[in-house]
Design a protein around this ligand. Structure first.
Ligand SMILES: Nc1nc2c(c(=O)[nH]1)N=C([C@H](O)[C@H](O)COP(=O)(O)OP(=O)(O)OP(=O)(O)O)CN2
Length: 198
């Protein structure tokens, strides 16, 4: 079974080298919608694949980091990068260009790492990330599956290579969240007292 939770953020970028003239030379923004799809073949004590509420913790925080930020490819023109950092308190440097495809891959990689490092407390079984859909506009989206996330021909994305500005970090509930993820520390879900025997 699949479940899906939708997240939203506003973000600005330039996508270098793309065919669309407006996109490759001009800073522009999108109201992104990100669908996170989880898969399991057994249900937890609440008879759910994974409680939607749990997805509003670390997973939501990571996606929300991109809200009202400018994203740039860390291989872009150093002067452009310098100016992004100078004029936007919220910026994120990416190891890949900020296309919808790469957003979908990036969120897959980070959310997959979060889930794999999460200690689940409510009888969740084989819950795993199925795919991530990044909607750039109402009419265009990219969907990343595990084989896309792992595909080095699409560029390597390591969580440690995503650099968040100080302002982004300061606004997280836990400013150390990404460092913990990179260090392989665990995220522990809240205990749930059982009220009826399942
Ligand atoms: N495969 C991709 N194609 C394009 C991407 C992308 O990330 N992946 N990105 C862009 C631009 O960022 C652009 O702003 C979005 O393109 P487009 O869908 O053409 O935008 P419109 O606002 O014109 O959308 P309509 O709904 O068709 O009006 C370009 N391509």
């Amino acid at each position: 079974m699949l479940i899906r939770k939708l997240f939203k953020f506003e973000n600005a970028h330039i996508v270098r080298n793309c065919s669309s003239d407006r996109c490759r030379h001009s800073i522009h923004g999108h109201s992104y919608k990100v669908e996170v799809l989880l898969e399991a073949h057994t249900l937890d004590h609440g008879q759910m694949v994974y409680d939607f509420g749990l997805m509003k913790g670390t997973i939501k925080d990571v996606i929300d980091a991109f809200d009202h930020a400018i994203c740039f490819w860390d291989k872009d023109d150093p002067e452009y990068i310098r100016l992004c950092k100078q004029f936007s308190a919220r910026w994120i440097a990416l190891p890949v260009s900020p296309s919808a495809e790469q957003f979908a891959r990036l969120f897959f990689i980070v959310i997959d790492a979060i889930l794999q490092n999460t200690v689940m407390k409510n009888g969740e079984g084989d819950v795993r990330l199925h795919s991530v859909i990044a909607h750039e506009t109402d009419t265009g989206y990219a969907q990343a599956f595990r084989e896309d996330a792992d595909n080095a021909r699409m560029g390597i994305i390591r969580p440690a290579d995503i650099v968040f500005s100080e302002q982004v970090l300061a606004e997280w509930q836990d400013p150390q969240m990404m460092q913990k993820l990179i260090a392989g520390q665990t995220f522990v879900n809240p205990d749930v007292p059982l009220q009826v025997k399942v």
